[in-house]
Design a protein around this ligand. Structure first.
Ligand SMILES: *Cc1c(COP(=O)(O)O)cnc(C)c1O
Length: 392
């Protein structure tokens, strides 16, 4: 009687232990529904961390990617191709401001590009340090990590080559104090994602824009998690009423295909000279085709409608474990009265819902942007029993 080792055991033996072993093994998906390897069905309320904008196996994404991979899958940056040009032009259009694009493969790479762009500006102007926010998250490569304000993932890999000063997120006075004429750039998320989907107080981002204008520091908006319709707007900064100097994108842009973008507005769009930066895979035709399909199929009106329904539904739940809801659009944290988010995540999976234990007291909800009203209602009506199960 020899038992075959499970996928989980094989994962554990084959991979570095940095992720631990995930609790569910997914086999396939369709829209907001996914199935695990045992055939159990779930409603996906995390969407691959705000990535699967069009849900799973969306016909337009399948068609665009299949057509592109069967046409030409890769050119490198030695040759240009139409999908990358269409995508950069499309981003320019949506941004409604003079902007230039660099394409990368991930969020952290988009931020590396932003970091180098800012460094170039800083060296030219004789500026010496960056400012970023406590608890902010910008990625895992050394440049992006140096800007990441989460001690647990940052400190053991320091010291870093550049001076980064951290300020409490949402405190405009602290920001004003930290940003001088020596500051190269301020890196901020318009809502902090990994910190727990934490929006700033009203006026904070406008104040950040003013502080940067007054001192000549560049304002970098990391919209890797917040953009491409997630908040009910193409870009969170558009709703917040400010334009950054540099913008970074990734997660939702490719709908599941790996792509990142660094956008420079105005002069920041032309700081890189030929040879200053590059990527072999960045702007890959298949990833660009996927991003174009995403941009063609995200319906902001739908996102706003279902987002309101989700938020109202959650806010109407009176449960002793649920303290409240925060976030924007289809990007919410259910805030708990006890640090038991892991138990909520497990209970949700048991009940057929994928959610994410983001912080000990915060459960992240970021369903595909195509989630239906009926699927929202199914989650909202199941959530009280999930909370009760987690509280036991
Ligand atoms: C996810 C994320 C990143 C890093 O993106 P990767 O693709 O994982 O490298 C950076 N910034 C923010 C705000 C993110 O949410």
């Amino acid at each position: 009687m020899s038992e075959q080792p499970s996928l989980f055991d094989r994962f554990e033996r084959a991979f570095m232990p940095n992720y631990g072993v995930p609790p569910v093994a997914l086999a396939r998906g369709e829209g907001t529904r996914v199935w695990d390897v045992d055939g159990k069905e779930y409603l996906d309320f995390i969407g691959g961390i705000a990535v699967s904008s069009l849900g799973h196996a969306h016909p337009a994404l399948v068609e665009a990617v299949s057509r592109q991979v069967a046409t030409i899958a890769h050119t490198s940056n030695l040759f240009l191709h139409e999908p990358e040009v269409l995508l950069a032009e499309r981003l320019q259009e949506l941004l409604k401001a003079p902007a230039r694009v660099f394409l990368a493969n991930s969020g952290t790479e988009a931020n590396e590009a932003a970091y180098k762009l800012a460094l170039k500006y800083g060296r030219r102007e004789g500026r010496s340090y960056f400012v970023a926010a406590e608890n902010g998250f910008h990625g895992r490569t050394i440049g992006a990590l140096s800007l990441t304000g989460k001690k647990a993932i940052r400190d053991q890999f320091g010291p870093f080559p550049v001076d980064v000063r951290f300020v409490p997120y949402g405190d405009a006075d602290a920001l004003k104090e930290a940003v001088t004429g020596d500051c190269i750039a301020v890196f901020l998320e318009p809502t902090q994602g990994e910190a727990g989907v934490v929006p700033p107080p009203d006026g904070y981002l406008a104040a950040a824009r003013e502080i940067c204008d007054a001192t000549g520091a560049l304002l970098v908006a990391d919209e890797i998690q917040s953009a491409i319709g997630r908040t009910g707007h193409w870009f969170a900064h558009q709703a917040d009423g400010f334009t950054p100097d540099i913008l970074t994108l990734a997660k939702g842009l490719g709908g599941g295909l790996p792509i990142g973008a660094c956008v420079g507005f105005g002069e920041a769009g032309t700081l890189f000279a030929k040879g200053d930066h590059g990527s072999t895979f960045g702007g890959n035709p298949v990833a660009c085709a996927a991003a174009l399909a995403v941009l063609d199929n995200v319906d902001l009106g739908h996102v706003q409608q279902v987002a309101t329904r989700l938020r109202d539904g959650l806010e109407a739940i009176g449960h002793p474990l649920l303290k409240g809801v925060r976030g924007r659009g289809l990007w919410l944290a259910a805030v708990l009265t006890e640090p038991v988010s892991g138990r909520v995540q497990d209970a949700a999976a048991g009940a057929g819902f994928l959610v994410n234990a983001l912080q000990p007291d915060a459960v992240r909800l970021a369903p595909p942007l195509v989630v239906t009203e009926a699927e929202i209602d199914a989650f909202v009506s199941a959530f009280p029993a999930i909370l009760t199960e987690a509280a036991r």
